[in-house]
Design a protein around this ligand. Structure first.
Ligand code: ATP
Ligand code: MG
Length: 405
């Protein structure tokens, strides 16, 4: 094979393994729909054996098998590896007469293959993941009609796979929706109740309007404002989570000066905080730029800052510093309640909230979204934390080369 062909082959191999994982074919065996199709192939082609087989990097395994005890073989001995190189039915009439197969242990030993015919299982996106094949210990050949039937049955196998995959996807989506609905109704109950009671207090105060009740009214309004803001933040997370899990977002990469970008976010957040706490900045002097989606990066930083405020009574610090290897670290540090060590591994799972939260509101979606968005932009996130001491989240992103020595 030429180098270009080699590369093409490797690429196809990778794509095929990926497609197999997508269809989740490895984990399930012995499904009735597939067995029925294999049996039909065996009957129509009049052979001892019929198989639905999938091919991975180094092995071939059987999703359905009629007339054979083996569950898998090494790929190097598989006849099907040749079938998946093309789109047509591949036929070997007498394996003892073909130099490719003559010394194959499946020919010289059990099951003494002589005849083989296989039709590739070709997905709608064009990957050949395996075969529907028929095998016999006597030399033979298929009629034109039998070959056509084998190919049609192979298409039916792929249709079944597609059907199973879309069913699994639908189930996953409806599970996610149920979880979201539960979480949203649970998390929104508190702020909505608080807003209602503050409204009642405002009504009462207006009835007996004095200079004192005027001050009370202002403080009730401020509380309503805070509660509404929390709800809007949570809604943002819910919407973004929906977008990330449903489809690829249309990302707009832009060159971003990290220091100015972070400064603006911190200033905006500081101005709008009702409790008057202010995040501090510690910015490297040397300008650092990155290529990223502004909206996504801004959401990430706001999310981490909002955690740093929410789970601490002091003010957080946002630090920007260069890192070796054309990277930049954006570090958000708080001296708050910290996260118990044994729960830290779950932080990036959707809906996970550690036992430290007690009454503090949240959806548990923030960090899972944050991680996804950072990875979308070519970066990584790491969180270190210790109970009652505080938490530090470090985002590492690649810089645009000419901004860093
Ligand atoms: P939201 O979706 O509203 O952000 P959340 O803050 O609960 O909700 P995440 O941001 O995903 O969700 O955080 C997950 C959990 O990690 C939190 O519930 C909390 O237990 C813990 N956590 C995250 N950041 C911190 C922090 N800075 N200090 C202490 N605990 C934290
Ligand atoms: Mg959060």
């Amino acid at each position: 094979m030429t180098e270009a062909k080699d590369q093409q082959f490797d690429y196809n191999e990778q794509k095929r393994s990926q497609a197999l994982r997508d269809y989740n074919m490895a984990s399930t065996t012995g499904e009735i729909q597939f067995d029925a199709l294999a049996e039909l192939a065996q009957t129509i082609c009049d052979t001892e054996i019929a198989l639905i087989s999938f091919i991975d990097n180094d092995r071939q395994w059987f999703k359905s098998k009629i007339g054979l005890d083996l569950t898998e073989t090494l790929k190097i001995y598989s006849f099907c590896q040749y079938t998946i190189k093309g789109d047509e039915v591949y036929e070997v009439r007498d394996a003892t007469k073909e130099h490719l197969f003559r010394n194959n242990p499946l020919v010289t030993g059990d099951p003494y293959i002589r005849f083989y015919a296989g039709a590739p299982l070709r997905t709608f996106t064009g990957y050949r993941m395996g075969t529907l094949c028929v095998i016999d210990s006597r030399p033979k050949s298929l009629t034109k009609q039998q070959k056509r039937s084998l190919a049609l049955l192979a298409d039916q196998v792929v249709d079944q796979m597609e059907l199973k995959r879309s069913l699994a996807k639908q189930m996953e989506i409806s599970e996610q929706k149920e979880k979201l609905a539960l979480m949203v109704s649970h998390q929104f109950r508190n702020p909505v109740t608080a807003i209602q009671s503050n409204m009642e207090l405002i009504k009462l105060s207006i009835r007996e309007l004095t200079s004192e009740t005027e001050i009370d009214i202002l403080s009730y309004c401020e509380k309503i404002n805070e509660q509404t803001k929390d709800m809007v933040d949570m809604l943002d997370d819910v919407l973004l989570f929906g977008q990330i899990t449903s489809a690829s977002s249309d990302k707009k990469l832009k060159s971003i000066g990290v220091q100015a970008f972070c400064k603006k976010i911190v200033n905006d957040m500081n101005v709008s905080r009702a409790d008057r706490r202010k995040a501090q900045l510690d910015l490297a002097k040397h300008p650092l730029s990155i290529e990223a989606d502004e909206r996504e990066l801004s959401h990430v930083i706001k999310n981490l800052l909002s955690n740093a405020f929410k789970y601490s009574s002091e003010s957080p610090v946002l630090k920007v510093s260069p890192k070796k290897g054309h990277l930049v670290n954006i570090e958000i540090k708080d001296k708050g309640i910290g996260i118990p060590k044994n729960e830290q591994e779950f932080l990036f799972q959707p809906y996970f909230r550690a036992s430290n939260v007690r009454g503090i509101m949240g959806t548990g979606l923030g960090l899972s979204i944050t991680k996804e968005l950072i990875q979308n932009n070519g970066g990584e996130i790491d969180i270190t934390s210790s109970s009652n001491k505080g938490t530090t989240a470090i985002i590492t992103l690649p810089t645009t080369k000419n901004t860093q020595s």
